[in-house]
Design a protein around this ligand. Structure first.
Ligand code: KG4
Ligand code: ZN
Length: 344
């Protein structure tokens, strides 16, 4: 089966071709257009601009990805697209493209859950995790801890009760005067700071359970920044130290809950996926945690941590293998809890 994957849930137009018979990891081609430059002047994603740009890019990128895969459009067996969660206009652009193409070709169109695709993304690598495992999904919109027993077998163990980890990174970065998207910029700044210089809380670690909260931590960091600015002091490394201390607090909290989840589920393999899984400190400390538990930590390659079409094509292929069908309607779900996957 040859599946075209289309991602358009936010500010990235990603297309990929996944071939179940292709040697290696099945990925035949992958292209991406990032809208970052378009949104930088606004300090964040402008939904209407995002939708319009997806519309502009979808057809040229479809041609490009087919060329890269050395395929003609008639050779596609299915088209998978992100049906949610995400920005409704952005989702609709990709969904319309996918549904129309599938209709013209007489093949199925599969609406994929964006977070399930992030969760499965490490299966695009040569070194793949085996089921069952605990998965930490950390993106701009979600922070979820999930027990994964197989494709479609997900049990939500915990989630953020307020800001997602990526959102907290982005908002704190903005206050530090860093450009959008702030997560990678803050992480870069943190590299020249001292992570123990500024004391910040590790939220929800003092209570039982697997939920997260990042809103208070973000506010604590911003309060320290304002206090420093008001004091008139000019310590050379304050921003670097604050970035490093904030990053350390987020990573400690995320991994503290992962350790708890692994213990609770009696597992020692951890998958971390979603945009924040590109974070170097998170990856190195997760490796250390899993090594202590005689297990392993798995991640997608850096290019597939953030949004991409490859993970959508892969998730579509797996759903198709499980016999999932598609209707002729164009269905998007801007809000779509992972627990409701598979339910009407
Ligand atoms: O998965 P993703 O591309 O989009 C969503 O589904 O939300 O994740 C984007 C998020 C943003 O909040 C971005 O700042 C964050 O991932 N991010 C990072 C890093 N790279 C991306 N956060 C911390 N450190 C990074 N290196
Ligand atoms: Zn994402």
């Amino acid at each position: 089966m040859i599946i075209l994957g289309i991602e358009s849930s936010c500010d990235e137009t990603g297309l990929a071709v996944f071939d179940t018979d292709f040697t290696g990891n099945g990925l035949r081609a992958n292209v991406l257009f990032s809208q970052i430059d378009l949104h930088i002047p606004y300090g964040g994603v402008v939904p209407e601009l995002a939708s319009r740009d997806h519309v502009r890019r979808l057809i040229p990128l479809t041609k490009e990805v087919l060329e890269q895969a050395d395929l003609s459009v008639s050779e596609l067996d299915a088209v998978a697209y992100t049906a949610g969660p995400g920005l409704s206009g952005a989702l609709l652009s990709g969904a319309m493209m996918a549904r129309s193409l599938a209709w013209a070709l007489g093949c199925p169109a599969l609406g994929v859950h964006h977070m399930e695709a992030h969760l499965l993304a490490p299966l695009l690598e040569d070194d793949q995790p085996e089921f069952p495992f605990v998965c930490l999904l950390v993106s701009g919109g979600h922070t979820l801890l999930v027990r994964v027993d197989g494709v479609g077998e997900y049990q939500l163990l915990g989630e953020s009760i307020d800001d997602a980890a990526g959102e907290a990174f982005d908002k704190t970065a903005k206050m530090l005067g860093l450009p959008y998207p702030g997560g990678p910029e803050l992480s870069k700044l943190a590299q020249s700071g001292d992570a123990s210089a500024i004391k910040l809380p590790r939220p929800m670690m003092d209570r039982p359970g697997l939920d997260f909260s990042f809103s208070g931590l973000k506010t604590a960091a911003i309060t320290r920044l304002r206090g420093h600015q008001a004091s008139g002091e000019d310590s050379a490394h304050f921003k670097e130290d604050l970035a490093a201390s904030f990053e350390a607090a987020v990573v400690d909290t995320l991994l503290g809950k992962c350790a708890r989840a692994l213990k609770q589920e009696n597992l020692n393999n951890l998958v971390i996926s979603g945009g924040v899984s590109a974070n170097t400190r998170l990856r190195s400390q997760a490796d250390e945690l899993c090594a202590k538990l005689n297990g392993r930590a798995y991640y997608p390659r850096l290019a597939f941590c953030t949004d991409n079409g490859a993970m959508i094509a892969l998730a579509g292929a797996m759903r198709l293998k499980q016999g999932e069908q598609s209707g002729l309607d164009v269905m998007v779900r801007p809000r779509w809890p992972l627990e409701e996957l598979g339910k009407p």
